[in-house]
Structures are given as structure tokens and as C-alpha cells.
Design a binder for this molecule. Structure first.
Ligand SMILES: [Zn+2]
Length: 475
């Protein structure tokens, strides 16, 4: 009897799931339709190399069948038939990999001294063009923009990735004109509760938060099954791990754990922390003890090497600058030239150390996810930077397959969405990138995205980019 009931329930559940899947694709607005390259109830990708996002080796000569937004079948040509009537793309020489799932994204950008422009309209198109099909925004200074754009994308009115929308930053006393100050534990709870009620699904603590306020914010978020990350300074990584934080941003570069005279609840300056990190031995006991704690407490770490690369002398000009408003592009190029000449920069030591520490964290069992952080001094251009981030993970010593897994399935796991996204397999959502070349061998090939499938609908990266070229900076 029990078995029969549960089987009946299972059948109902299956019907419900199938229905949900069929209606998952929204009605697109005319504006969105203009960016669509491939659409059909059934799409077959043939003769393609499949990089599934799990870290497994690439498989050549595969057929991928997409039906109603999902991967219906994936396998070699002998085992998977192309359904009659399918829109078929012969992808010889191409690879498919999962859409990127990146977690330190923003819909704002530095446009002047301490001022951040709200560039959500152009950034959502650039993220999608670069292959990002799901992203978490990591702190916002736009108020409702992240939430509203998420809703407009979900309902097909705008083109962009699925967004795990973050609330405005949780910070203590600070001098940012676009950030409030939490005034105690009740206030911390109130801020979390308010934004959670408004639909925010993640929270980010910032550099001057006090431990008690962070504790209260984490408790309030966890009550609602929401996660909290932090770009910290006043609170050490070890303290935050003990408070139950889920995630820490910027690898180890925001850690003040090794500043010997650090006062509780006070940020000694990000620079002071970074001096200690630059001098840290990744094989030494102090670092290993911190890693052990983070791994034990299941604190996930976010790599944002792209933003730190822009601070480091001798690094190449980052990709994508020509989509920026010319004034912003020139501003960044001048900064880049100044950086190149700064032989006193801590980043000469710090940047290679950042790579080494992230690799050591993963080798010790830590969970690494990836993002780009289009803030800093500019030059981190959405979409382009997400591809660059994968290249930098390979520079850090990960294999291309590991880097791809960090940028896809690891992000999906962190967001709790890995049953649907982050890997390519039958039954999963058809979020996948068609890439000219083989990024499992040459990671730089991730720059050659030709089609971005999101829920089975193929978007044209070139058209998305063209629509914002020279304007990212205005909107
Ligand atoms: Zn950030």
C-alpha cells in the first residue's frame, strides 16, 4: 500500500516536472528575439566535442539533442539518433561546454572617483554574450536593479543570464556614498529580512561589518535558506568561518588573519592584509591551519583573479575594452599604463601568490568557485572577463578541464542548482556554449563562443555585443 501510494505520488511529480519544463521557456519580447540565432522545439548538435563540465575528458563526435529547453540525449552518433524534423547544426571543429555559472558578478562599474554607474542594461547582454548563463551578483549598489533585471530576464523581456540576485551590501561604518551602515544586530536582521522579502537570494558582507552584526545577518539569512558571502577585512576568515559564513570572496586576498596587531572588528586596511598575504608561505603551518578550518566548516572560496590582474604590473591589456564608453576605455588604459610602470607594487608578489594559494586550497580539499568582479579600477568587462577568469585559473595550475568545472559545475553546486545546470547530461537544462576550437586542450578557445544556448534557445554573442558597443558606461 505504502509502495503504491509513493509510486502514484512519483507519477504525479513526474507529470508536474514535465509540465514545468515545457512551460519553462518564456515568451520573448521583440528586443530579445533580435538576439536569437537558433530556436526550435528540437535542436540537434552533431559531430561536436562534448566537455560536460564535471572535469571528465572531452568526448569527440557526439550528438546532443535539445528538446523543449532540456538536453534530451547526449552520446556518440551511433547511439543517439537525430529526431526527424530537428533543427540540425553540424558542429565539426566545435566544442560544447556548459554555460558558465559565475558568482562574483556586478551590474555596476566604476565611472569616477568612488562613483559606480548602474550598467545593468549593457552588462546583462555582455554576460550572456560571454557565455554566462547563470550568475550570482556579489553585492549591489543599485538597490532594486539586480532584482528587477532578474525578473525581466526570467519573463523574456530582456536578454541575459539567470540571476541569483544579491541585496545591497551588509557593511559597518563606511564612507561609500552608495552603501548604508548597519547600526546593530536588530538592524542587521532587519536589512536581511527586508531584502529577502523583496526577493534577494544572496547576501554579501563587506569590509567594515562587525562580528555580531555578521552573526545576526547570517542567522537571519540561514533561517530563510539563503547564503551569505563576504569581502571581509574587519572580520578575519577564521572568525567568519566560525560565525557560519558560506563563502568568502577574492581568494585569500581579503584575509586579515595574518595581521599580527589586528584589533577585533576593525579593518586594518586592505593593504595591510595584502602585505601579509604576499609574504605568506602556502606550505607553512599558519596558512594550512586556516585552510583546514575553511574546509572543515565547508566555506567555499571565490576566485576573482580578473580584477587583481588589472592591478598587477606587466599584465596584458584585458579583453573587451572596446565595448566601453570611449572615455571609460581611455581612463582605464591610462591607469593600466601607470600600473605597468609601478615597480613598487605589492601585486608583483601578491598576484602570483593569489594563484598559488587558490591552488593549494583546492589541493587541500577546498571548494573553489569563480567570478570576475567588474569593479576595482575598471577594465574588468563582463563576459570577456568571465572567459579570462578561466584562462587565469589555468595559469594558476589547474587543467583546462578543472578550470571549466570550477566555472560551471562548482558554481551550480554552490547555488544548489546542480540538479539542473552546470553540466551537460540528459535531463539537464540546455544551457550550453558552442565554441570554435577545443577549450579542454587550449583554454583560450573559450573566447570563441559562437552560440550561447540558454534553456535551449541559442543566442548570438556578436549581436549582443554589437548592441552595446561603445555604450557600456552610459547604461
Ligand atoms: Zn565585488
Amino acid at each position: 500500500m505504502v509502495a503504491r501510494i509513493s509510486r502514484a505520488c512519483l507519477a504525479l511529480l513526474t507529470v508536474a516536472l514535465a509540465t514545468a519544463v515545457i512551460f519553462a521557456q518564456p515568451q520573448f519580447s521583440d528586443a530579445v528575439r533580435a538576439y536569437i540565432k537558433v530556436q526550435g522545439p528540437v535542436v540537434a548538435l552533431t559531430n561536436v566535442r562534448v566537455i560536460d563540465g564535471t572535469g571528465a575528458p572531452a568526448r569527440p563526435n557526439q550528438t546532443v539533442v535539445i528538446r523543449e529547453g532540456n538536453v534530451q540525449a547526449v552520446g556518440d552518433a551511433a547511439s543517439v539518433a537525430v529526431p526527424p524534423g530537428a533543427t540540425t547544426l553540424d558542429l565539426s571543429g566545435r566544442s560544447v561546454m556548459p554555460g558558465l555559472v559565475m558568482v562574483h558578478e556586478h551590474l555596476y562599474y566604476p565611472v569616477g572617483p568612488g562613483v559606480y554607474g548602474q550598467l545593468g542594461e549593457s552588462f546583462i547582454r555582455l554576460y550572456l554574450a560571454g557565455g554566462v548563463t547563470t550568475m550570482r551578483t556579489g553585492g549591489n549598489v543599485n538597490g532594486f536593479m539586480d532584482l528587477k533585471l532578474k525578473a525581466l530576464i526570467d519573463t523574456g523581456q530582456k536578454a541575459g543570464p539567470a540571476i541569483d540576485a544579491t541585496a545591497p551590501y551588509l557593511n559597518g561604518p563606511n564612507t561609500f556614498s552608495q552603501m548604508r551602515e548597519i547600526k546593530g544586530i536588530d538592524d542587521a536582521r532587519r536589512q536581511v529580512a527586508y531584502w529577502a522579502d523583496e526577493g534577494a537570494t544572496s547576501f554579501k558582507a563587506y569590509m567594515n561589518i562587525r562580528r555580531e552584526d555578521l552573526r545576526a545577518a547570517i542567522e537571519e539569512a540561514h533561517k530563510r535558506n539563503l547564503k551569505v558571502t563576504g569581502h571581509l577585512c574587519s572580520v578575519t576568515y577564521a572568525e567568519a568561518a566560525d560565525l557560519g559564513i558560506d563563502n568568502l570572496e577574492h581568494g585569500f586576498l581579503a584575509s586579515t588573519d595574518f595581521v599580527t596587531d589586528k584589533k577585533p572588528d576593525a579593518c586594518p586596511g586592505q593593504g595591510r592584509g595584502q602585505q601579509t598575504i604576499a609574504a605568506l608561505d602556502e606550505n607553512g603551518e599558519p596558512f594550512k591551519a586556516l585552510v583546514k578550518k575553511l574546509v572543515e566548516r565547508r566555506v567555499t572560496l571565490t576566485s576573482t583573479l580578473t580584477v587583481f590582474e588589472t592591478f598587477t604590473p606587466g599584465r596584458p591589456v584585458p579583453p573587451g575594452l572596446d565595448v566601453l564608453l570611449p572615455q571609460l576605455r581611455d581612463q582605464f588604459l591610462q591607469a593600466h599604463a601607470r600600473t605597468a610602470g609601478n615597480q613598487q607594487s605589492v601585486y608583483l608578489k601578491l598576484f602570483p601568490k593569489a594563484l598559488a594559494l587558490e591552488r593549494a586550497f583546492v589541493r587541500a580539499g577546498g571548494m573553489l568557485i569563480a567570478g570576475t568582479d567588474p569593479t576595482g579600477g575598471g577594465g574588468v568587462v563582463p563576459g570577456y572577463a568571465n572567459q579570462r577568469q578561466l584562462e587565469l585559473l589555468v595559469e594558476a595550475g589547474f587543467t583546462p578541464l578543472e578550470a571549466i568545472a570550477i566555472g560551471t559545475s562548482n558554481g551550480a553546486k554552490y547555488l544548489g542548482r546542480d540538479a539542473r545546470i552546470g553540466t551537460i547530461a540528459a535531463g539537464k537544462q540546455a544551457d550550453l556554449l558552442v565554441i570554435n576550437g577545443d577549450p579542454s586542450a587550449t583554454i583560450g578557445d573559450v573566447r570563441n563562443v559562437e552560440i550561447v544556448f540558454k534553456q535551449g534557445v541559442g543566442f548570438d554573442p556578436a549581436k549582443l555585443i554589437e548592441s552595446v558597443k561603445g555604450k557600456a558606461g552610459l547604461w
